[in-house]
Design a protein. Structure first.
Length: 271
């Protein structure tokens, strides 16, 4: 069995199909890990969701910020953006089935010596603790009263974790760290405005705060300005497909890299 971790697809279904062919994916034997942001900005979010959902247990998906934006938009808790590309998805007869399936995906996954999350984890959290907290937030998203959580999901405060946090503030920090964070202070105060590769004054890339950890390597997406970054402890796979970069996959067993060039559907520089 081979496991292929795939970067942010963002509705680029043609490129995903080409990548699947490039890696010679065998659904009877292999597994696909998606780092989140399956949807938006690219032209075929509907096709991406249908394809990945149909894979069943052969695919693992963690939630990204664009995935949550889709859920909140569908449920009426946020406004659409000019560069959203959901019109065909919302018009589809299976829209609710697909969006409910997406909402039920985890925020973090760990298996076979790797951990996967869309954006990152805070310096206060071990991988084990991160998984526990991810399960708290995922449970709220799957609960019968999940709309209450969606109503309180948006916002950038609190900016840091505290074990005493409770209620919506606690869940919001977990979701923000795991789906939005790029930079934080060494003490774990998050910054949500900068999107480039260079940190604002007083901040560092979140992964730089984990130098003292000796845990599983973390597979992430979310950060197209950072691009491909493969180290002993980090596999960053958002290579900006939707912006005209490439769609990337890494075979976890041997770190073999596979990439498909993308035509680009949005002007570079977005999130």
């Amino acid at each position: 069995m081979a496991i292929y971790a795939i970067g942010d697809v963002q509705g680029c279904f043609d490129e995903l199909e080409a990548l699947i062919a490039r890696i010679a994916f065998d659904p009877a034997r292999d597994r696909l890990w998606f780092v989140g942001d399956l949807v938006n900005r690219g032209p075929k979010s509907l096709e991406v969701l249908r394809y990945v959902r149909a894979l069943g247990e052969r695919a693992v998906v963690v939630l990204g910020n664009h995935d949550l934006h889709l859920v909140c938009l569908y449920e009426g808790f946020t406004r659409g953006r000019r560069d959203d590309t959901f019109a065909d998805l919302f018009a589809a007869l299976d829209a609710k089935v697909l969006i409910d399936w997406l909402r039920s995906r985890p925020l973090m996954h760990a298996e076979h010596g790797y951990a996967m999350v869309h954006a990152g984890v805070l310096p206060q959290w071990t991988i084990e603790r991160s998984l526990e907290l991810a399960q708290e937030a995922a449970a709220a998203l799957r609960a019968g009263d999940y709309r209450d959580f969606l109503a309180h999901l948006y916002g950038s405060r609190p900016e840091r974790w505290d074990d005493s946090l409770a209620g919506w503030d606690r869940l919001r920090v977990i979701v923000n760290a795991m789906t939005r964070m790029r930079f934080c202070t060494p003490g774990g105060v998050m910054e949500f405005h900068a999107k480039g590769a260079e940190p604002p004054s007083g901040y560092v890339p979140w992964y730089a705060t984990r130098a003292g950890f000796t845990e599983a390597p973390i597979v992430v997406g979310h950060w197209s300005a950072l691009g491909l970054k493969l180290t002993d402890r980090l596999l960053a796979l958002d290579t900006g497909c939707v912006w005209g970069g490439s769609l990337s996959a890494v075979r976890l067993e041997d770190r073999a890299l596979f990439q498909i060039p993308c035509r680009g559907y949005q002007a570079p520089g977005g999130e």
